[in-house]
Ligand binder design. Structure first.
Ligand code: DHE
Length: 514
């Protein structure tokens, strides 16, 4: 009797211990799909870098109730509320050590589709230059749209939580898509087939395509690296470890393509430096837009044992978010504190101006257009209900346009007289402002679906139509006549986010972010 009782007590204590040990619960209930090291498997990585970026229900609620439209079940019957809370805290704790993720691990993750069959020409009859992709974050898909009829040519699954703009090769045939967990997907638009996937980082920011279409650079937070992939077969060309001049490791906030300079430009999170990584090849050497000739401008040695030499520019501040002039000679950078910005001349590698920018400008969403005899750049602010318009010759703010709330994205097209600017945050998140490019005044504020977030606009190739996301789970893409501002078509979609037109992207159309 005593023995039975002690067995019961021991079992109860053991269960209590398991319930209280979040790591044990993780291994029992989560590891099969999310990996024993929390780095992701069929489900996403469960690390703070990924979790804090996810919009939607809180972590506890997802563990308890599951996630609709995904394979994530609820664990309310297996785990007490206290155990769920502890498990959530465990998932929000940084990894003790970041496992190695170099060439070997990246190559081991690569999957090339065996049934992928290349084609000589598109298998559809639409205008290949007017194809538009719509990312649907609700169920992690992309819809391929004919830009004239808005017919959906294909709808394919992407890796979990795509972020940033997909990048097209210079012919607009292949597109590369990146997820926050570092997966890069290659998709053949002509064949409407996935070519393959590779995990280029463990937690990544965005990707950039080289001007010649041969290389794809992947900006990583985890580990602190830039991965350069061959676009041909997604193999690793090089993995650059990112360390500042004093040896401080740094996350890469973003990588940008600078085609006239034959280089990638990197914004670094943890060191006050800009890096330029050249993909120029002998004999067409155009290292750093010719800057290599002036080696007094280059700080630090240019490594000889790399295909992709690096130039470092020391900056007076930590810069997080960039915008380039059309010639890629100047870069505007927002300070990491989000309180101001500055302009660096990439040729001489020096600061040439300060920018009056408050309230966390989102320069990456900036656009330019001709205004009188100058070019202006406009940017929204993530923490201020204004849009700043900056003269790109004097770098002065020529106008601050008050809006109905902080915005995220802006778009225009050279054939359109309007700029479209969303209000992403606050009670007026259902508003889309229309700004006259000449008067710099808001001429219309539209509320297409009252109460629903409307955000991100993309134009068709000729600028005649503007596509707007109703950013809700049961959402839609609204197709507007860009002149009359009337809705001409509604395309149901699952939480659509960004849309990307092949022509506007590969020609670096001035009204779109690059
Ligand atoms: Fe983005 C682009 C950084 C939050 C949706 N976002 C970008 C780019 C950068 C960036 C550097 C340019 C990459 C490119 O296209 O090559 N984003 C950041 C952040 O630092 C920020 C503020 C915080 C973070 O979570 O990392 C952030 N972004 C978001 C979101 O919360 C959004 C709205 C939803 C989501 O998907 O996470 C979001 N970001 C987007 C989209 C683009 C983007 C749709 C592409 C815009 C385009 O038209 O090119």
């Amino acid at each position: 009797m005593i023995r039975t009782l002690s067995l019961v007590i021991a079992a109860t204590l053991a269960m209590g211990a398991a319930q209280a040990d979040p790591r044990a619960n993780y291994l029992e209930f989560c590891a099969d799909c999310h990996d024993a090291n929390r780095l992701g498997g069929t489900g996403p990585a469960l690390i703070p870098q990924t979790l804090k970026r996810m919009r939607g229900p809180k972590v506890e609620a997802v563990i308890r109730d599951g996630r609709v439209t995904t394979q994530m079940p609820g664990f309310a019957e297996d785990l007490s509320d206290a155990a769920i809370a502890e498990l959530a805290t465990y998932l929000k704790t940084p990894l003790e050590a970041v496992p190695p993720w170099g060439e070997e691990q990246i190559m081991a993750s690569r999957v090339l589709d065996e049934d992928y069959t290349p084609v000589d020409a598109p298998i559809w009859a639409s205008d290949p230059m007017n194809i538009t992709l719509a990312v649907e974050t609700g169920d992690h898909h992309v819809s391929v749209l004919d830009g004239d009829t808005f017919e959906v040519l294909d709808r394919f699954a992407t890796p979990f939580a795509v972020h940033g703009g997909p990048k097209f090769d210079p012919n607009g045939r292949f597109v590369f898509i990146m997820s926050r967990d570092g997966w890069v997907q290659k998709y053949d638009i002509w064949a409407l087939q996935q070519v393959g996937r590779v995990r280029a980082g463990l937690n990544s920011r965005n990707i950039a395509m080289s001007g010649d279409g041969k290389w794809l650079a992947v900006a990583n937070y985890l580990p602190n690296t830039l991965t350069i992939l061959s676009t041909e077969d997604l193999s690793v060309a090089e993995v650059h470890e990112i360390k500042g001049k004093d040896g401080t490791p740094s996350r890469v906030s973003a990588v940008y393509q600078a085609p006239p300079r034959d280089s990638f430009v990197l914004a670094l999170k943890d060191v006050p430096e800009i890096w330029e990584v050249s993909y120029a090849t002998y004999p067409d050497m155009n290292y750093f837009g010719g800057g290599l000739a002036h080696d007094w401008k280059i700080e630090g040695p240019v490594p000889q044992d790399t295909k992709f030499p690096i130039r470092r520019i020391t900056t007076p501040d930590y810069l997080d978010d960039f915008f380039f002039d059309q010639a890629y000679e100047h870069v505007m950078g927002a300070s990491r504190k989000g309180e101001d910005g500055l302009v660096i001349d990439l040729v001489i590698g020096q600061k040439v101006a300060d920018l009056a920018l408050k309230g966390m400008p989102h320069l990456g969403s900036g656009i330019t257009w001709q205004h009188g005899d100058t070019t202006v750049m406009a940017t929204p602010h993530l923490k201020d209900a204004t849009i700043s318009v900056i003269d790109m010759q004097t770098w002065e703010t020529v106008k601050t346009i008050p809006t109905q709330g902080p915005g995220f994205f802006m778009r225009s097209h050279k054939n359109s007289k309007y700029v479209w600017a969303d209000v992403f945050f606050g009670p007026n998140k259902d508003v889309m402002h229309i700004i006259d490019k000449e008067t710099l005044e808001i001429v219309k504020s539209m509320r297409p679906v009252p109460g629903a977030t409307v955000a991100h606009v993309e134009f068709t190739k000729d600028g005649s139509h503007a596509l707007v996301s109703v950013w809700e789970d049961e959402g839609e893409v609204l197709v507007y006549d860009a002149e009359t501002l009337e809705i001409v078509k509604r395309l149901p979609m699952r939480k659509p986010s960004g849309k990307y037109n092949v022509w506007n992207k590969i020609t670096f159309e001035e009204g779109t972010s690059h």
